[in-house]
Design a protein around this ligand. Sequence first.
Ligand SMILES: [Zn+2]
Ligand SMILES: [Zn+2]
Length: 407
Amino acid sequence: MISAFPSLTSVDLSRIRLSIRNLHPQIIEWRRRLHQQPELGFQEKLTSSFIASKLQEWGVEHQTGIATTGIVAIIKGEKLPTQHSKVLAIRADMDALPVQELNEVSYRSQHDGLMHACGHDGHTAIALGTAYYLHQHRHDFAGIVKIIFQPAEEGPGGAKPMIEAGVLKNPDVDAIIGLHLWNNLSVGTVGVRPGALMAAVESFDCTISGRGGHGAMPHQTVDSVVVAAQVVNALQTIVSRNVNPIDSAVVTIGKLHAGTKRNVIADTADMSGTVRYFNPTLVGFFKNRIEQVISGICEAQGAKYDLNYWSLYPAVINNIAIAELVRSVAEDVVETPLGIVPECQTMGAEDMSFFLQEVPGCYFFLGSANPEKGLAYPHHHPRFDFDETALAMGVEIFVRCVEKFCN
Ligand SMILES: [Zn+2]
Ligand SMILES: [Zn+2]
């Protein structure tokens, strides 16, 4: 958490190369422009035409309209490769959230009820800055960089359709990196680790059908509220009694609705929940176990159930070698003693995981909170905002990863 790190009003940018420091005001301008026009997943039309217009202006080769609004920019390094040339992909998400912005800033959202409350405007601006820099300095690296601007990370997920559309092919991507601006870490820090960074997410809806009746005559009914209460409690034992305590997992029932009046026994009860875990060997486990628990309790109580269960995103699992590449680069960019946070892990989810299932890669957190500037609200909060100093750090880290990986 933020309190674990010293807070600061400004970050030392001396390790950021001059040309990126000079580009920084423009990256901030792009970010603010994008912040003013947030769009939901697969509707990022203004966002994607803004990106395309910039790439066009700079003469960067790119393809638009991938999985609706996705874009891939291709930058070919012109340095002579020592071995066969490598292909590195950089992924940025572009979508916003259905949140009404409460920030009173000059660049506040102009789209009522929509907001870049997760920082994807920053991710897009960093990726654009990286594209601009690499295109200008293409003599400094060998190999090819693909910059993937992805729609709909907040759901239903744009990574999978982009992969299906072939963005990792022709030329075939050897590795992929991506970052999330992260207000759980102070600006000036980077969270990177090999292995699991973010959790797999699965969801379910369940309707329990009993038999309603008079609140004074329960013997004539099957009380769906009592059955649902047993189910909610019993589902908590899946994590505490069935999952290996070395593995982390969550089963949360976020919604439970039943009944209309205090003297009426409810006919049905509806519940919805979310499941999170890191260990890929648990794929399928929760779906089966949740159904067993619900079915056993309903059987015992004479109720029926209707369960719908979905797998959304797999866990974000970083490759050891690529995570080490990012760590070693970040160590040279961020100011000591803030540095690297290796123990960062979250039960949040990200569809970057689909890319990481296809090619080795690393997703990492770029610290962006600055409590002294009032920039420490959590992601998805109507007052979320971040320290824009992080934008230059993001570009520097991406560029150094390209130089180190491709050369
Ligand atoms: Zn988010
Ligand atoms: Zn996000």
